[in-house]
Design a protein around this ligand. Sequence first.
Ligand code: BG6
Ligand code: MG
Length: 223
Amino acid sequence: MVKFEQIKGFIFDLDGVIANTSVFHAKAWHQLADKLGVTWTEDLANQLKGVGRMDSLNLILKSGGKENDYTEDEKIKYATEKNDNYLSLLKGLTDKDILPGMKEFIEDLSANNYLISLASSSKNSPKVLEALDLEKYFDARVDPSTLKNGKPDPEIYVRGAEVLNLRPEECIGLEDAVSGIKSVNGAHETSVGIGDPEILNEADINFTDTSQVTLANIKKAMN
Ligand code: BG6
Ligand code: MG
């Protein structure tokens, strides 16, 4: 692992790292899985974390052995329906929905002149950041619609460093998803996994919840 002193930037996932919105994504996908007759399991829920909209739908269909049952147009219709449900669950989202300690952590990074970018797969991320009143802290954001490959491919985290004009070795990526940790690692950045350390066992550093994510704890884990 690189030394903490080499770090100049932090690249954030959004859903499940900054805000509790991953539960809304899961709820909306669960609802669609029920409608399509696909059994919802913890394992499927974990597979979907961090994964983009159409890739998520394809994983659900595959899990139910229904990958060849729908046309592209039908799939777009179902993905749109999921997104509409997700957006209605987001209504009333405010800075109170920021996960414990994350506002303070982001403020601390900013006060210490670290660069900050967003590497969320979500096309709704500008809306969510605005509702949380956190946009002002971000120096840059990767637009997921410009990517060739979603998480677990490294592309989004490679771009997350590029948009800050930093080298991957100078960056830390924070993730709650297995797909996201794979993406950070593939980009040759230092990965911080937030959540069950057994599930996120490929992360360089693990924290069980966001309240443990502080500069002091990251420094301790790296040096
Ligand atoms: C990720 C979430 O951040 O964004 C996934 O973890 C979600 O659950 C993905 O599917 C895509 O989001 P959206 O909002 O563009 O459908
Ligand atoms: Mg996430």
